[in-house]
Design a binder for this molecule. Structure first.
Ligand SMILES: Nc1ncnc2c1ncn2[C@@H]1O[C@H](COP(=O)(O)OP(=O)(O)OP(=O)(O)O)[C@@H](O)[C@H]1O
Ligand SMILES: [Mg+2]
Length: 457
């Protein structure tokens, strides 16, 4: 009898022909779907309405990969989801078979390799490259050393209109608390070697668009990774009078799709130079932290905003080493409540306190950007009430502070900024076939860090 290692075994899986070598599984249970190149035997099987990927692999590798994929899912990192490992496989005549790792097939995904071999336009290439770079940076942020970045080991999928890359194949991966620069460089070297080889291979087979050059592609991936990593983790130093730059940095990170858990803010002895380094994290983190510290129960974006303000308050009052909950209490009584209480009672009823404070912060940010220096929060609150809150009809209140400054990119998420800042909508390779000969759009990188810097200081 085969043995199943899994958190929760799907009983339908038990009936699969585990006593048969995977390469000989009956065709009627298999599904033909695009797949990357692999050393192991990999098949897609349909079970009920679901499709699973099954891979025959040595036991220690199967267990290792299973555990790592579970960790990646737990850490909210885009990867395929491990379902289980099947061991103790024997054929009816007693021959031992290798264990099988089962993962859930990532719906609507394509391996990068098959995308490139279908012929993609330059604009799509940029977006694909950026999605891959974001994946690599996200993995590195959580301490994951991939060890086998490749076109076949990366899946591509459109997520809510955006391009997203997923990890498939964690066999060589290692999860550490944190990666050293040396470890990241090691991963980049592997990526460079693998990707260059694969692009050349596609080129030799006449499968790579003639306009694409393997070396340029690989160099672009590397330089965009470095640029993103710098933006995500780089230390920034500036003068004490330029505190609004902290916010600009956070906004750029948010626009790139990353959250900031904490800003490591240090001030020099005289308090004139400020150094910031963001700690970038997973979703849901902020509302949990805010409720723990202040009791305020808010949406994630509001929480992110309020916590940034709390960190900012901590730096402003030079309390870097003070107990976090004490500073949070001070912030609540000295900053948050005075602003909320300064709103006339009839207007206060129209907005939740956290949303109101958030709006005031937004307003202050714009005033500061416009003035080129930091506008005090009480002054911003007054200006917000006079120029925005009092002017707009009730139903507009939620967006008031931002709308006064221009149309929002996403009315449901003001943190995404304005229409002007919006990154172009991703190009969809399924919507246009490659024989389409309409003139090409100018290539716009998806992660335009330089443009974000220009737009947001
Ligand atoms: N859960 C999944 N969802 C979608 N596609 C998958 C999934 N699992 C595997 N694949 C496809 O199967 C291919 C081979 O899988 P995988 O990379 O795990 O095999 P491998 O033999 O370990 O590869 P390598 O030679 O890189 O070690 C992948 O490139 C991918 O296209
Ligand atoms: Mg692989």
């Amino acid at each position: 009898m085969p043995r199943f290692l899994s958190a929760k075994t799907d009983t339908r899986l038990i009936t699969l022909p585990w006593e048969t070598p995977l390469a000989e599984w009956p065709e009627e249970m298999l599904v033909a779907l695009p797949r990357g190149i692999s050393r192991h035997v990999v098949r897609f099987v349909r079970v009920g309405k679901e499709v699973f990927a099954v891979k025959e692999v040595l036991e220690h590798l199967a267990r290792h990969e299973y555990r790592l994929l579970r960790d990646l899912t737990r850490l909210d990192t885009p990867s395929v989801e491990a379902v289980g490992v099947v061991t103790d496989r024997f054929t009816p005549d007693g021959t031992v078979l290798d264990p099988i790792l089962i993962t859930r097939h990532l719906q609507f995904s394509l391996p990068y390799r098959s995308l490139f071999s279908r012929g993609v336009r330059q604009d799509t290439v940029n977006r694909l490259v950026d999605a891959m770079v974001v994946l690599l940076a996200r993995l590195h942020l959580i301490g994951f050393l991939w060890g086998d970045v490749s076109l076949s080991n990366t899946l591509f999928r459109r997520d809510a209109g955006a391009f997203a890359a997923y990890l498939v194949d964690a066999e060589t991966g290692e999860l550490h608390d944190q990666l050293t620069n040396g470890q990241r460089e090691h991963d980049l070297t592997i990526a460079r070697t693998n990707l260059f080889g694969e692009f050349c291979d596609l080129e030799a087979g006449g499968l790579l668009d003639e306009a694409l050059d393997p070396l340029v592609l690989v160099e672009t991936i590397e330089s965009r990774y470095r640029e993103l990593w710098g933006e995500l983790t780089g230390v920034e130093e500036f003068d004490g009078s330029e505190m609004h730059r902290i916010e600009s940095r956070v906004r750029r990170l948010n626009a790139l799709g990353f959250d900031v858990a904490e800003l490591d803010i240090t001030t020099d002895f005289a308090g004139s130079t400020i150094r910031i380094q963001p700690k970038v994290v997973d979703a849901g983190h902020h509302s949990r932290r805010l409720i723990r510290l202040t009791g305020l129960d808010t949406e994630e974006n509001q929480a992110r905003r309020l916590l940034n303000d709390l960190d900012y308050y901590r730096a402003r009052t030079d309390q870097q080493n003070a107990d976090e909950s004490i500073v949070a209490h001070q912030w609540l009584t000295n900053r948050f409540e005075p602003v909320v209480n300064s709103v006339p009672a009839e207007m206060r009823a129209k907005l939740e306190p956290a949303e109101l404070y958030h709006e005031v912060l937004e307003h202050r940010w714009f005033l500061s950007e416009r003035a080129g220096n930091e506008v005090p929060v009480d002054q911003a609150a007054r200006s917000y009430m006079d120029t925005v809150l009092s002017q707009l009809p009730d139903e507009k209140l939620n967006l008031s502070g931002m709308e006064a400054m221009g149309p929002l990119a996403n009315p449901f998420d003001p943190s995404q900024g304005f229409v002007d800042d919006e990154v172009d909508k991703p190009y969809d390779p399924w919507e246009t076939e490659s024989d389409d000969d309409t003139p090409e759009e100018p290539a716009t990188p998806y992660l335009d860090i330089a443009a974000l810097r220009r737009a947001k200081g």
